[in-house]
Design a protein around this ligand. Sequence first.
Ligand SMILES: [Zn+2]
Length: 214
Amino acid sequence: MSELAIRKEIISTCLKMEELGINQGTSGNVSHRFKDGILITPSGVSYDLLKPKDIVFVPFSDKNSYKGEYPPSSELDFHFDILKTKPDIECVLHNHSIYATAMAICRMDIPAHHYMVGVAGGKKIPCASYATFGTPELSQNIIKALDGYSACLLANHGVVTVGANLKKALWIAIEVENLAKQYAMAKQIGEPVILSDKEMDKILEKFKSYGLKK
Ligand SMILES: [Zn+2]
C-alpha cells in the first residue's frame, strides 16, 4: 500500500470507529507500519478534521524524532513498541468502547461465554495490568497481555486490537465490544455459563478457517 493510501485508511478507520460508537472524541488512536517506522494519528486533533498530511510518521530509530505538523498520539509508546517488537503485526487500534472498558474497569478478562471470543486467537480476551496512560509501563503490560492474542483490555482504560490490516483490527475491536456487551447483559439476567476448555479447543480449530481472509 502507498503511504497516501495508508494515511487515508488510518483516517477512515478513525471515522468508522466514531460512526460505530466504539470511540468517543479524540480518545482513540490508530497506527500502521510504514517502511522503517510507523504512521500514527496525531495528538488532540478531532477525527472529522484529520487530513492525510496530519498523520505523523515516527521512525523506529528514534521515538522522539517524529515527522508531522502535530505531535503523535499520547499513546505513541504502545503503538510504537508493538509494531517494533512484533514484525507480524501491521497495525494497532485503540479505543475506549463502553462495555469493554467497563469490564476493564472491573479488571476482568472477557471469558469464553460465546464462541466469538476465539476471534482474538484464544479462550478469552485478556485484561492487561494497570499502568498510567502514555507510559512505558502500560506498553510493557499490553505487550505481555497480547502474547498469542490479537486483542486485550487495558485495566481502567480501554481496548487494544492488532492485525495484519486495519480492516481486521477494526473487525476484532467491534467483536470485542459486542462480546463485552453480551457478557454484561447476561450478568444482568443470570449467571453466564462459560464454554469449557475442550469446547474452546474445537472452536479455535474452526476459527483457523473463519473470518476475514484479508
Ligand atoms: Zn486511551
